[in-house]
Design a protein around this ligand. Structure first.
Ligand code: 4AD
Ligand code: MG
Length: 474
């Protein structure tokens, strides 16, 4: 059986057609718009009210599942090229019109978040999820074309040293009555893994060990952070893509991040035109409600094309601080957080650089060592590390990466200074003992990319079932 996308694009007309889909609308007792998720377009089914009596017609309600058989015809009406003249109609699953929450009208995103199990039935969420799918597939396409190997790093980990964020503990101990050791502390030797374990915040450290054997690898999996950050850019469970490449330095890393980002965005422009056009219309309508000075200068598709056509602006952290110190908002004391060499950039600073100053994606590199993780390669100035963040308009940080510290002595000293347990991470340190080499990688937050491409302002609306503080429903 063909799906609606195939039916609508069918070159042949006047052929028999079967379809199984859900009812969007039913009007004039005659026209049923149905959708099966394969495309943003609905298929119009035309029934003759004389042929289908009241008993079946009253069951053609928004949300109902149906089967129809008929003939594919050129449509005389506006709004669609083809329609199906129905001979046979069967309601597969009824839907009570009084109770089905997804009515053919605009619902607020807040309302839909409460109905996360039904929101994929909306035109909006269909579009978002098809784009998410294109992006996910493009991730694999890009890396496979470029000879990377896909590795699956563990989700449960006993290493809690990465420092990327607060972790969720995984345990089978009886929380009411946990076993204690002689000193009265919880005895994790009695836990499932004979040690304390958490959900991973990043697959990087394990990916590094594989890059140091297989050359070019990438992970694409769920990561978990128990930060209590209730923002439009943070999830407690999100998907991250982490390439790691042996014999590649920070410049190669920046090139890779830029090339990769452009590739996956381009795939969406090719494959999801109609979805993007719908999202663009939606954003335009939303913008109309905003005051003039808060409206974005570019429409969605134009913005994506702009990213493809322009080089990401690269500058050092030190240069970024200079620019910020000379900026209007800084001088007018409009920034909430301090701007000072050595202090991490906040979202407001990143967004100023990307949206106001450069008006293009930006890569900032060579950050102060003190604000970055232990594994980043120390520069000769001994103050900065070979880190890089990619910042996108409307999103802020989308990629965080670095050249890794490959020198055993420097790494050990860094771990010691930062209180990272070298015994626990002996396996990580081993890669520097046996055949160490320059290597680099980064992590791209998948949902932030989906946000950027769809123009959705809240990250909770680009993943099927968002997890955030106070919510693990569904
Ligand atoms: O900058 P982060 O913390 O980098 C790492 O985890 C490194 N180990 C990556 C590497 O070098 N292999 O996270 C990487 C990206 C961020 O730039 C952001 O896009 C995303 O992951 N991210 C989140 N996305 C959604 N919700 C959160 N709570 C996120 N935290 C980070
Ligand atoms: Mg980061």
């Amino acid at each position: 059986m063909k799906n609606i996308k195939q039916i609508i694009n069918s070159e042949k007309l006047n052929i028999p057609i079967e379809v199984k889909a859900w009812v969007k609308t039913f009007r004039n007792d005659r026209f049923i718009a149905v959708n099966d998720g394969s495309t943003i377009q609905n298929l119009q089914l035309v029934i003759d009210p004389e042929k289908f009596d009241e008993n079946i017609r009253k069951k053609i309600n928004t949300g109902a599942a149906l089967y129809a058989k008929g003939e594919l015809k050129e449509s005389l009406g506006k709004g669609q090229k083809v329609e199906v003249w129905v001979d046979e109609l069967e309601i597969l699953g009824e839907s009570d019109p009084e109770k089905f929450p997804i009515q053919p009208k605009r619902h607020s995103l807040e309302f839909l978040r409460e109905k996360a199990h039904l929101r994929p039935r909306t035109t909006l969420f269909g579009a978002i999820m098809r784009i998410r799918n294109t992006l996910a597939f493009a991730v694999h396409q890009y890396f496979q074309k470029n000879n990377f190997l896909y590795v699956n790093t563990p989700i449960i980990t006993s290493a809690d040293a990465e420092g990327a964020g607060e972790m969720f503990q995984v345990t089978t101990l009886d929380l009411q009555n946990p076993p204690k050791d002689e000193t009265g502390k919880i005895d994790y030797k009695k836990d499932f893994f004979n040690t304390k374990t958490n959900l991973t915040v990043s697959g990087q450290l394990e990916a590094e060990t594989y890059a140091m054997a297989l050359g070019k690898v990438y992970t694409f999996g769920p990561t978990f952070r128990a930060e209590n950050s209730n923002t439009t850019r943070h999830l407690a469970e999100f998907w991250m893509i982490e390439p790691e490449v042996a014999f590649m330095d920070l410049h190669g890393d920046m090139d890779l991040a830029e090339d990769f980002s452009k590739y996956i965005i381009k795939e969406v422009l090719h494959k999801n035109r109609e979805d993007l056009e719908f999202l663009e219309m939606r954003l335009k309508n939303e913008e109309k409600q905003k005051p003039q000075n808060q409206r974005s200068e570019m429409a969605l598709i134009e913005k994506l094309e702009f990213v493809l056509e322009n080089n990401f602006k690269r500058l050092s952290y030190t240069e970024a601080i200079e620019i910020l110190k000379n900026s209007k908002p800084y001088k007018k004391k409009k920034f909430k957080f301090p701007v000072e060499w050595g202090v991490d950039l906040q979202s407001e600073h990143e967004r100023y650089l990307v949206e106001k100053h450069f008006k293009t994606p930006v890569i900032i590199y060579d950050y102060p060592a003190k604000i970055k993780a232990f594994y980043m390669r120390l520069n000769d100035d001994e103050k900065t590390v070979r880190a890089m963040d990619v910042l996108f308009p409307g999103i802020g940080e989308i990629v965080g990466g670095s050249q890794r510290e490959e020198r055993l002595d420097v790494l050990l000293k860094k771990m010691y200074d930062l209180g990272v347990d070298t015994k626990e991470l002996y396996w990580y340190v081993d890669t520097r003992r046996f055949g160490t080499a320059v290597h680099s990688g980064f992590g791209l937050g998948f949902e932030r990319m989906v946000q950027f491409v769809t123009g959705m302002s809240n990250i909770r609306d680009v993943i099927p079932y968002p997890r955030f503080p106070g919510n693990a429903n569904f």
